[in-house]
Design a protein around this ligand. Structure first.
Ligand SMILES: Nc1ncnc2c1ncn2[C@@H]1O[C@H](COP(=O)(O)OP(=O)(O)O)[C@@H](O)[C@H]1O
Ligand SMILES: [Mg+2]
Length: 238
């Protein structure tokens, strides 16, 4: 069954250029007709050069940003036609997002950052505590539960971000270079946890990565190039 479907997604942003005679703004076509079908439980890796629009694509799928054209359905629901509120609820309940730059909340501890999503979804605080403890342990941060983001290393912040994305067991996990700040050993460990969860809960995973090790664990590898997504052909070097 198709779980995520993108049809002809188009996204541009406007870039200001200064020319004699005044300011001009030019549209940059970042995504130019991106189509993709992902089945439930499938793992898809997305490769692409820096600046090719990978993070933007994940933002669109999560409904954080909107394309100017195209169709997007998640679990059969046309998310582009929903109200902003319905999109937020869908994201909160069913999507986990591991942001490239973590997006942790500075004023909350590691445990509180992880708890936030769980609390929004689930009002039983004992259940939330148990889930947070479970995920702190899973990412090896039990001892740093009460640390604030600025008291954690980049790799530790990334692990908090991963735990936060998984705590509500999302049906769809969007991961933007989730092992980018981790050493090989920790990255491997986190990767096998992600895989375990994907297997156990039929989680659909879209993972943007530069790591061939991560990409090789995927069912499919796609590349984003010049605004288009295509099946990976041959070897890439960059
Ligand atoms: N709304 C926007 N305004 C200005 N620049 C944007 C906007 N959205 C994306 N970009 C630019 O598009 C490029 C692609 O961004 P991104 O999706 O982060 O690529 P990637 O994740 O593949 O490196 C970047 O250079 C970024 O600055
Ligand atoms: Mg990016």
């Amino acid at each position: 069954m198709c779980f995520v479907r993108l049809e002809g997604l188009y996204y541009h942003y406007r870039q200001r250029g200064q020319r004699a005679g005044g300011q001009q703004s030019q549209a940059v076509d970042l995504l130019d007709g991106v189509s993709l079908e992902v089945k439930r439980g499938e793992v898809v890796a997305i490769l692409g050069r820096s600046g090719s629009g990978k993070s933007t694509l994940l933002n669109l799928i999560a409904g954080i940003d909107l394309p100017q054209r195209g169709r997007l359905t998640i679990g059969g629901e046309n998310t582009l036609q929903m109200s902003e509120q319905a999109r937020t609820l869908l994201r909160r309940r069913h999507i986990g997002f591991i942001y490239q730059s973590f997006n942790l909340i500075d004023t909350l501890t590691a445990a509180e950052n992880i708890a936030l999503v769980a609390e929004l979804n689930d009002h039983h605080s004992e259940l939330v505590d148990a889930k947070v403890d479970h995920w702190l342990e899973a990412v090896g941060l039990t001892a740093k539960a009460q640390h604030f983001p600025d008291q954690l290393s980049g790799g530790e912040q990334q692990r908090v971000a991963i735990a936060r994305a998984l705590v509500h067991r999302p049906a769809l996990l969007l991961a933007d270079e989730p092992t980018g700040n981790l050493d090989a050993a920790t990255g491997g460990q986190i990767l096998s946890q992600l895989q375990g969860m994907v297997r156990d809960h039929q989680t659909t995973l879209l993972v943007v990565t530069h790591s061939l090790a991560v990409a090789q664990t995927a069912d499919r590898i796609l590349t984003l190039e010049q605004g288009q997504l295509s099946e990976r052909q041959g070897d890439f070097t960059w």
